[in-house]
Design a protein around this ligand. Sequence first.
Ligand SMILES: Nc1ncnc2c1ncn2[C@@H]1O[C@H](COP(=O)(O)OP(=O)(O)O)[C@@H](O)[C@H]1O
Ligand SMILES: [Mg+2]
Length: 340
Amino acid sequence: MRIGVLHSRIRIEEKLIIEELDRRGLDYEMIDDRALIFDLPGGRAWERYDVILERCISHSRALSALKILEVLGLRCVNPYAVAEVCGDKLNTTLALVAAGVPTPRVKVAFTPESALAAIEEIGYPVVLKPAVGSWGRLLARVQDRDAAEALLEHKATLGTYHHSIFYIQEYVPKPGRDIRSFVVDDDTICAIYRSSEHWLTNTARGARATNCPVTPEIQEISVAAAQACGGGILAVDLLEGPDGRILANEVNYTMEFRNSIAPTGVNIPARVVDYVLSVGAGRQALGAPASRSLPSHRCDGPQPDGIGPATTSGAAGAATDGIAAAASMESMEDVRPRNA
Ligand SMILES: Nc1ncnc2c1ncn2[C@@H]1O[C@H](COP(=O)(O)OP(=O)(O)O)[C@@H](O)[C@H]1O
Ligand SMILES: [Mg+2]
């Protein structure tokens, strides 16, 4: 079996995955999204992969690459449809609500005026979030009408396309922490508390990670949230409400886990590789709708020999078999790290 690892800058997570692949002597190639050219309707160059593990940093690159790869017939972890749901908080909310998974209340509005009305219906404080984003960036806890008006005006005047939809969430008065659980298939393999003095508890913002025992309730809501989004390898953010009830806040599809191995004692990269192998072997029914209708992962019939993946294989990163790579400038705008 040959695994393709689609990546951007190699983070600690990718290093750990590479170490695990090497330790097991698996056949894999690293595919750098910064040098990648898809030549359509090509496809032959991709036939050598049984499965692609998507580890792009940019959501837009991940979405486009997954879409193309699935059309070419490849099995991807996670599938396009999962990325589409998880990479957008509104899509995630819709999926959670549709599946009956407890989640904070959300209102969506399209103008500053209706957004202000929505905020006041929920009552202060509320949380405003860009639908696409991560690391707690551009989240705002809004405490009063003055702040709401100012923020809405700024978003309407200065915001990019991503701020044109107002995603307004009730503030959950959590106990100085949230919970990040890791789901692989139908198992919550571990969880951490992320504790901080700040209301944002992303580890990327300095929150401390400690082990969180996976209670039956955490197992149940984590798997329900993950499966609502199509399932696979997912990290779920959970919020503990004042009544002790746990709510699923968001689901991350290219999860970062560097801070979670030591506190939990769980070898997360090993579980990632196990799952990728089972998808590559066709033992997993990929859960997302787009993937259910996937054809066989091989491309049938004559195909033009398009320029394919720009690859290196093995941790040493040697270039392989003459498949072209093109140097490309990293577009800052496009690179949106996520999900820590
Ligand atoms: N509705 C909320 N109530 C309380 N805290 C929240 C709420 N939404 C987000 N947070 C805090 O902000 C952090 C980041 O929010 P999240 O929705 O996960 O966005 P990101 O994709 O940037 O991680 C969460 O981990 C949590 O600590
Ligand atoms: Mg988050």
